[in-house]
Design a protein around this ligand. Sequence first.
Ligand SMILES: [Fe+2]
Ligand SMILES: [Fe+2]
Length: 261
Amino acid sequence: MKILFIGDIVGRPGRKIIKKFLPKLKSEFEIDYVIANYENAAHGFGITPKIFNELKNAGIDIFTGGNHTFDRKKDAVLLLNENKILRPLNYFEAPGKWYYEDENIIVISAMGVFSMPYGKNPFIELKNFVENKNKFIFIDFHAEATAEKRVLFHLLKGKAGAIIGTHTHIGTDDLEINEGTCYLTDIGLTGCGDNVIGMDVQGPLVSELTGLKERFDVPDKCKSIMQCLIIESDGRFSKRAFKLKIIDEEIIKTQEVSYGN
Ligand SMILES: [Fe+2]
Ligand SMILES: [Fe+2]
């Protein structure tokens, strides 16, 4: 089984590069499941039904969320009725589901604790949930703190198939597979790669200089990047993984790792 994972898709530039390259990557690498994080898909904040359909038609099968899931609450609540779009488990009794399950895979959307909305302790929930599961478990762990991501990896290695970080929008280079669990602290955004975490530099810059809250916008023109991870699984654990970065129309393969025979 082969899985392709895309992290935070930020606005139109992110959607555009996915539409251009995902169909090609899907067929070239014979991908069974495409999973992606939608939390910033609608101009940086949440998702709408129109954008959900656009991304689904581009080839994304299962959608994970984050702290921006409910930014467009009405749209989110409507979409979360669909079983292939998730919200993080941390949101107590909010609408929607935090995991997707079929005969081959369980996909989980979860958030960390530091600087995230108040919610359930994800570590205890996940520790209990993964017990006695006999499928490939993919976890999008949406967290600010790198240490929280490492802790979850050590807590669930040998149990989950993959724990991949999202939310910081900046990719890290620590891909590994240990005890069959594929781990990466953050996969990085798909969208504008040359401003500030996918948003136009102007808003964040004025905000830092003045201490005032500014409007954040996705730039009209920018240098786009697409970042995705391809994982090969034996059905239960990860055997091989590598990252692909697409910059200036060029597909660059990085961080290839393997585990076992
Ligand atoms: Fe994000
Ligand atoms: Fe986030």
